[in-house]
Design a binder for this molecule. Structure first.
Ligand code: NAP
Length: 242
């Protein structure tokens, strides 16, 4: 069994996920680059390996239980445990819209990936996380899931009309709190990270923050000490209000 800590990042073939993988690799982790398309994952892992990092691609489609199970079995066989999972994979589905207009199938698609896929992946990896000394679970959230920000008519967050994305990420916040409660005392800390608006395919290429800046929030939570928080959502400036 390797002495290095093992981290799995879902949706790590591009964007913030790839930067999280890079920064965890730089911090000394073996990083498993989760990607629903294996070739895209391998290309990202190759880039990280070329930088001297310990990285490998893992085929991982979060909505496909067989894919998730196969990834868990591979990690068990090869490493025997998992120290960190960063649940980064997410979508804003095409057609996402205001409450009065959004179609039910669009809402289902958002919840299938962002919530059900995230919970299924975490559940499958939990036995491996329990085998680690002090595992960390980090879920990617967003200010668009914050009731206090979206509920403030003066906030820019109140003007973004994507019910599927916002409400599925609000559900991710509840998953974070409930899993933190379930695992309290086990040594496993569970938190959510708001990367801020970053320049990616999802965030728009004119966003002010780089994917690396956004990634650093999740990486900090992935490397919390034993006295770190659990069941909270954090942005770069610190804890966020729900
Ligand atoms: N960018 C921002 O401004 C911003 C702000 C707040 C929060 N966030 C959150 O940060 C995280 C990363 O966002 P990003 O901007 O880097 O997005 P992105 O560039 O669109 O990347 C999303 C990643 O998730 C993967 N993915 C999507 N559906 C998947 C599925 N069913 N199974 C496995 N992988 C899947 C994508 O894979 P493919 O390449 O195959 O599509 C891609 O690797 C997300 O959770 C997002 O909600 C982003």
């Amino acid at each position: 069994m390797t002495e290095k800590k093992i981290a799995l990042v879902t949706g790590a073939n591009k964007g913030i996920g790839k930067e999280i993988a890079r920064q965890l690799g730089e911090a000394g982790f073996v990083v498993l680059v989760g990607s629903r398309d294996l070739a895209r994952g391998e290309a990202a892992a190759k880039e990280l390996v070329a930088e001297g990092l310990d990285a490998a691609a893992v085929q991982l489609e979060v909505t496909d239980e067989r894919s998730v199970q196969a990834a868990a079995e591979m990690i068990e066989r090869k490493y025997g445990r998992l120290d960190v999972i960063v649940n980064n994979a997410a979508i804003i589905p095409v057609g996402d819209d205001a409450v009065s207009r959004v179609e039910s199938d669009v809402l289902r698609e958002a919840f299938e990936t962002n919530v059900i896929g995230l919970v299924g992946t975490t559940r499958a990896m939990l036995p491996l996380l329990r085998k680690a000394e002090s595992a960390r679970i980090v879920n990617l959230s967003t200010s668009l899931a914050s009731f206090s920000q979206v509920g403030d008519p003066e906030s820019r967050m109140s003007t973004v009309l994507t019910l599927g994305y916002n409400s599925s990420k609000a559900a991710v916040n509840m998953v974070t709190v409930m899993l933190a409660n379930e695992l309290r005392g086990s040594g496993i800390l569970v938190n959510a990270a708001d990367p801020g608006n970053c320049a990616t395919d999802m965030g728009g290429w004119d966003a002010a923050r780089t994917p690396a800046q956004g990634a650093s929030v999740a990486v900090r939570l992935a490397m919390l000490g034993a006295d770190g928080p659990t069941g909270e959502v954090h942005a770069e400036a610190g804890r966020l209000a729900w």
